[in-house]
Design a protein around this ligand. Structure first.
Ligand SMILES: *[C@@H]1O[C@H](CO)[C@@H](O)[C@H](O)[C@H]1NC(C)=O
Ligand SMILES: *[C@@H]1O[C@H](CO)[C@@H](O)[C@H](O)[C@H]1NC(C)=O
Ligand SMILES: *[C@@H]1O[C@H](CO)[C@@H](O)[C@H](O)[C@H]1NC(C)=O
Length: 631
């Protein structure tokens, strides 16, 4: 019971010991007791208490949460599934189902990820698609080898550091904002290495959905409504998403026949059809006609960066994720190591955990802006620092429990990255191979351009680069490590992670929501692995976010599935405000997918070489209305 802090948090929070979904392996004693207690206290005092609905007791809030989560036996949740065999968790039930079907057909986790990602590109076109890019982390369970596939968009050959100087909005909106798409190349490279099923089979569900039509789900309808003006302004987007002169509503059918044709060619002819072949040629023609600078040679020259996954250790777990230009793996490691070093139990007594988490996030954000594409800038010193516990100790010493500080205190040298959108999916197969994949077109509907001849949404990934002389929202200079250069990849907050405990797969996690992804993945990890909340509750918990500038804590205030409003309690708000935090509620937090692998007792202590096959619990975040699928 060390990890759960013995009786400490029970009475405090009213968390019963009878939660059937709480994995046994995580309740038992651990060698890193002090760390665990400290972290558990943090998460308990913070993240859990945080969900107290206004005017209600903590225990009541927790019971409510558990009832919604379905783990109290009241009713099963559509956002959670258990399986002994394999599972896929995506932002959309149909795509989780497509992934699970690939597993059922004998596919590797990578097969499932490829099919699910292609499906997402059709039914969640505002967040992902073959016109975008992706980070894919794959772990082979038998060998333990973990590989990072960086299929993020790159700057075209004609790109220059000041290409947006004359017309700054064109960095974000319009075809000039497009990076060379990497999604298909990334899927193909991962599939070539691990796939067991035929390439073309993975396209069939996506092609069917695009050709015969698919139902627009509420979250997509909401995205369409939010971007209605832009969708109506682009002939390509309008034809697909507003065929009758208004954007499609939830429940209506969307068809994208040009995309079906394009996917069909790539299914039959391979990725070369896009990377230099006829599909790519049509796509480039459309993009250039819309003002873009990308060439067929850019497509032909696109290379997926394949490397060993970056490994970070914190709080007794190992995290396998993307190296830079992702700032996610090192960012989360820095936060966890900062918090994990607290030895005192004092912050049990209140909402100090939220305060400390926010402070750690603020420091991390300031520090991560030194990162950039390692092929172009030497970030090895920064990476080593962010992964180092002694450095985290120094950060912790700068956290003061009775106050927060203006942004300058955190030594922000560079203007903050503000990335967007995206979709995350997790897969674990019967052999316990695992995939964490985050895919993106950056903003909703990317550059707000759809290539009419191919049906492909054009990304606006170039917006994630820093540019000189830009007037930045936080009045800080733009980060030089993240300046544009031909072939370079922009800095990213995307954080696909595979979590290990003693060398065994413990979970897969990742999220969407730009800058807030790192805070989200961190909180979900703490909620489950350190506090012991069941997986769905860990994802459902209201979260806090910070962007350093403005100096504001955003807290979720959501109406969840069955109408229950979860918001920061008045008491918690008061605690934070006393420390000088400015608070604002948000109804659009980041979104997380999560698969947990129950490890039996021997795995938790032994760390043997054989692969354990415990129960899988897959969760798709209710915030986007997704559902996972199991075998
Ligand atoms: C990168 O920087 C580190 C120190 O931060 C240095 O030790 C290393 O030699 C540099 N590598 C290259 C290739 O310049
Ligand atoms: C925080 O505590 C220190 C003493 O520990 C005190 O000097 C300082 O004024 C306090 N700050 C605030 C904002 O209460
Ligand atoms: C939460 O949102 C509701 C509806 O928008 C609003 O009335 C309420 O004041 C908010 N509560 C908090 C604590 O922000």
């Amino acid at each position: 019971m060390a990890a759960r802090g013995g009786g400490l948090q029970g009475p405090l929070l009213g968390i019963g010991e009878d939660s059937p979904a709480a994995p046994q392996g995580r309740r038992s004693s651990r060698p890193w007791t002090a760390l665990a207690i400290a972290a558990a206290l943090l998460a308990l005092a913070g993240v859990v208490l945080f969900l107290s609905s206004a005017g209600r007791g903590v225990g009541a809030a927790w019971d409510e949460q558990r009832r919604i989560s379905g783990s109290g036996g009241v009713r099963p949740s559509p956002h959670e599934v258990e399986s002994a065999e394999g599972a896929a968790a995506a932002d959309d039930a149909r795509c989780s189902g497509v992934g699970a079907a690939a597993l059922r057909a004998g596919g590797h986790a990578v097969d499932a990820a490829v099919a699910a990602a292609l499906c997402l590109g059709v039914v969640h076109p505002m967040s992902s698609g073959v016109g975008g890019g992706a980070f894919i982390v794959v772990r082979d369970a038998a060998s333990g080898e973990a590989v990072a596939f960086d299929a993020q968009e790159t700057a075209p050959a004609a790109a220059t550091p000041d290409m947006y100087a004359r017309d700054p909005p064109s960095k974000c909106k319009g075809a000039l904002a497009m990076g060379v798409p990497g999604e298909l190349a990334g899927l193909h490279t991962a599939w070539s290495r691990y796939g067991r099923l035929p390439w073309r089979d993975h396209f069939a569900p996506a092609i069917r959905l695009a050709r015969h039509g698919y139902e627009v789900v509420p979250y997509v309808a909401r995205a369409l409504k939010k971007t209605e003006r832009e969708v109506l302004a682009d002939p390509g987007l309008r034809a697909v998403f507003a065929p009758e002169g208004r954007v499609l509503a939830a429940g209506e059918t969307c068809r994208n026949p040009a995309l079906a044709d394009a996917l069909e060619r790539v299914a039959e002819e391979g990725v070369a059809a896009f990377y230099g072949g006829p599909v790519g040629e049509s796509f480039v023609r459309d993009v250039r006609a819309a003002g873009g600078i990308v060439t067929v040679d850019d497509l032909r020259g696109y290379k997926v960066e394949v490397s060993a996954a970056m490994r970070a250790d914190a709080m007794g777990y190992s995290f396998l994720g993307m190296p830079p230009p992702s700032s996610g793996t090192v960012g989360m490691a820095l936060i966890l190591n900062t918090l994990g070093g607290y030895k005192s139990l004092e912050f049990l007594k209140g909402f100090l955990g939220v305060h400390r988490l926010i402070e750690a996030i603020k420091h991390m954000l300031a520090i991560r802006m030194d990162l950039g594409d390692p092929d172009y800038v030497n970030v090895s010193g920064n990476v080593a620092e962010m992964l180092s516990p002694p450095f985290a100790d120094k950060i912790r010493q700068r956290i003061v429990d009775n106050t927060t500080f203006p942004p300058g205190y955190y030594f922000p040298k560079w203007s903050q990255l503000r990335d967007h959108g995206t979709s995350h999916l997790c897969v674990v197969d019967g052999d316990r191979n695992s995939v964490a994949m985050t895919t993106t077109v950056n903003s909703y509907f990317g550059a707000h351009v759809l290539s009419p001849s191919t049906g492909i949404v054009v990304n606006n990934e170039m917006d994630d680069f820093s540019v000189p002389a830009a007037r930045t929202p936080d009045h800080l200079p733009p980060a030089p490590a993240n300046f544009i250069a031909p072939g370079k990849r922009p800095l990213s907050s995307m954080t696909p992670l595979i979590i290990l405990k003693n060398g065994q797969l413990a979970g897969v996690v990742g999220g969407s929501g730009g800058t807030d992804i790192i805070a989200t993945v961190t909180q979900v990890f703490l909620n489950h692995f350190i506090v012991g909340l069941d997986p769905l509750a860990a994802v459902q918990h209201p979260r806090v976010y910070h962007r350093l500038v403005p100096n504001v804590v955003k807290y979720e205030n959501y109406t969840v599935v069955d109408g229950e409003v979860i918001a920061l309690s008045g008491e918690a708000r008061e605690f934070m405000e006393q420390r000088g935090h400015r608070l604002e509620s948000t109804d659009s937090g980041a979104v997380c997918q999560f698969i947990v692998h129950d490890l039996p007792e021997p795995a938790a202590s032994g760390g043997g070489r054989s692969v354990f096959r415990g129960k899988l619990t897959a969760v798709s975040d209710p915030r986007k209305g997704g559902s996972p699928a199991g075998l």
